[in-house]
Every structure is written in C-alpha cells, then in structure tokens.
Design a protein around this ligand. Structure first.
Ligand code: ATP
Ligand code: MG
Length: 194
C-alpha cells in the first residue's frame, strides 16, 4: 500500500509535538509516532563527568523499538495500534514521526516523503524549556551543560545529510506554522495523485 511519511524534527521546545498534533487534526487517515515515547528507563541512561544524565543522544533511545513500531504501521497502516483517527479508507495513509533526533538516524534516511525541522533561537529555547517539567526534571545547568551543546552537535552532523529538509521558523505562531506546513503538504500530496 502507498503511504506518505512526514518527519517533524527540530530543537527541544521548537514546537514539534504541537505542530504534529495540529496537522493530525486536519489530515485524514493520519497517525503520529512520537520519539519521546521511546526513551530508555533512567537506569539505562549514561551519566557524564558533571553528573548530567545523557538524554539528548541517540543512545538514550530504544530506536529498535521505534523502528519496529514504524515498520508495523507501514505494513498495515489502517490497523496500527498507534492510530487515533479512523480516517477515510480512500485517502493515502499518512504517518507523522516527530522527535528531536530523526534526521541523524541513518536507518530512517529513505523513509521520508517530506522532512521539516523547527528552529528557535537559544534565548527563546531556554525560556520555553524552563517552563516545562520533564521526567526526570532538568537539574540546574542542564540546558547549557547538555541540551544545547548536543543540539548544536546534532545540527552540525545533520548538515552532511543529503536529503531535502524544510526549515521552519519556530518563533512563528502555532497557527502560522500549521498553515505553512499544511499548504506545503497539500502540494506534496497532490504531486502523488495522477
Ligand atoms: N509556535 C509556537 N509559539 C510559541 N510557543 C509555542 C509554539 N509552539 C509550541 N509552543 C510552546 O512551546 C512549548 C514546547 O512545545 P512542544 O511541546 O510542541 O515542543 P517540542 O518541540 O515537542 O518540545 P520537546 O522538546 O519537549 O519534545 C510548549 O509550552 C508550547 O505551548
Ligand atoms: Mg515534544
């Protein structure tokens, strides 16, 4: 069966989950898989010399499990356990995968029909992150000592990747971002109908 797979990645608090949920509400036959659901338990997360848990790296994620969830959806899109929308059987099944480390993960390279990457500046990111409570909570200094440096490292690595990535300005309003991406997707999906 034909499917359409969308990647929404970007910096922490860039608005990935918000955008994915807004799109899901308006796209027929659309499922969302969130990378955040695949973190390993805290006991398996490495700790660096400063005592910071190393959460913002691929090793902190059970990517094999995430890949098998994705594969199950691709094999049988309409019967997926992650489906939240019955949708219309005639529409092409759409999968949105959202998470902070998607385009650096080689086994996913060939899966994307469209890739988006949300960015926000350092100050805005630090401000948004400080309003959230993560499990476990960010200890003092965690943003500057782990989260932001890892983001910069992953962005540098991502630049070597050849596939086309559409960069989005995460400081735009939720509505603006939704409209921009929805319009872009409508055009991309139309190219597939002949
Ligand atoms: N376009 C936006 N403008 C302003 N604030 C936003 C926007 N989109 C999301 N937010 C806010 O920023 C915070 C992070 O949003 P969201 O959870 O969608 O980001 P995320 O990239 O999924 O973050 P995480 O790194 O935790 O997965 C939330 O408090 C949300 O309300
Ligand atoms: Mg999120």
């Amino acid at each position: 069966m034909k499917t359409f797979v969308i990647g929404i990645s970007g910096v922490t608090n860039g608005g990935k989950t918000t955008l994915a949920k807004n799109l899901q509400k308006h796209l027929p036959n659309c499922c969302v898989i969130s990378q955040d659901d695949f973190f390993k338990p805290e006991s398996e997360i490495e700790i660096d010399e400063n005592g910071f848990l190393q959460y913002d790296v691929l090793e902190a994620l059970n990517m094999e499990k995430m890949m098998s969830t994705i594969s199950s959806w691709i094999e049988s899109p309409s019967h997926s356990p992650v489906s939240t929308d019955q949708g219309n059987a005639e529409e092409i099944p759409i999968l949105i995968i959202e998470g902070f480390l998607l385009f650096n993960y080689k086994p996913l390279d060939t899966i994307w029909n469209r890739s988006y990457f949300l960015t926000i500046p350092y100050e805005e990111c630090k401000k948004r992150r400080s309003t959230r409570v993560y499990k476990p909570p960010d200890p003092p200094g965690y943003f500057d000592g782990h989260v932001w440096p890892m983001y910069l490292k992953h962005r540098r690595e991502m630049e070597d990747i050849t596939s086309e990535i559409v960069y989005l300005d995460g400081t735009k309003s939720e509505e603006e971002l939704f409209s921009q991406v929805y319009e872009d997707l409508r055009q991309e999906l139309a190219k597939r109908k002949y």
